[in-house]
Design a protein. Sequence first.
Lengths: 130, 257
Amino acid sequence: MKFHFAAALALGFSGAAFAHHSFSMFDMDKDVTLEGSVIEYRFGNPHSHIIIKVPAGKAQAEYAGNWDVEGGSATIMRRQGWSRETFKPGDGIKIVGHPMRDGTKGISLFYAIMPDGTRLYHDIARPKAD
Amino acid sequence: MTTQTSMWLSLVLALPVLTATQAVHAAAAPNVDLSGFWERRDTQGGGSFGGMLASLPKAVLVPDFVPPRAPSTQVDPPSTGKPNAVGVPYIVTTGNCSTSASLNIPFMMTHSTPIDIVQGADEILIVPEMPGAQRIYMDGRAHPATGRVAPTGLGHSVGRWEGNELVVHTVGMSAGGGIPGGGFRTPETELTQRWRLKEGGAQLEVEFTWVDPKIYAKPHTFSLTYFRMPQSTYALEEWCDSGDPLQRQSIVPPKQD
């Protein structure tokens, strides 16, 4: 079998990002901003999840609907300033994340933008320099 | 021979041994303190966790290399080519829901959470913020015979000081990938890590060199930098319940209004 170097790279990088599971179903090079309200907030291991409702509107019509936002483990996110009380159902929320490749309303959290403008990151990764 | 003469003779005979022992301990205890918590930081702006490693050198693999298949903790349902229906989860694990299931080198060294170094004269522990720790034996022992070691993600590590540089040699790692730059490892793969402080001790550089003639056309070398965390830093507990179905799955397409 001829081994393809590109495949090795893909496997390597997906493995590097791997924690509980592969991230290959997310387009990690694409950033999408979602703004809406919190339906459910589960802060825990091995991944935290935030179910959010994005209202239909001109600014984000293509993203309207309910989304499953996947974050990191509680341990990883606590290091970035998150806690069990960061959000509760009904809160407004604005997040930036990497969407699923197949169009499903699921997204890997990059960071949340808090009302005062500060960012709470998923992990140690930071945005690319402009 | 009198008792006094016997005692002196014993001391004289023991001197070379004592001197050798002291030399070993002197070599094992330089004035370098790696103890404490260290974390990686995205100083370049990687854009994502994987992106942080994208600028590292690429591994040069031997032609026709077939990647080893590691035991999977992930049960991916067969892809239908279409998005999952509402309530059907993406990715269901076998139950090894904790990151401990994937505790290995280099994963523990590339993780988002810090490492805690516990430095002793005869042993150094590298404790990630997840269950398990890498033990580096500093007492001069050799690796056990390969056939006597059950491969694990962390393998078997021995270390020595070369001046102010800690040199760690690891073998016996279980088969897998995830090595930055597109590398792989098997139980026969050898890893040498060179740990050195820089910036007055505020940063720790670890140089990784992977050697395995069945995998790499040439040694695969890259470095990662860690930043010393405040002394007040303490470990957070990593836990999960593999019996909880919610913890065994990833994205679940939510119900729409």
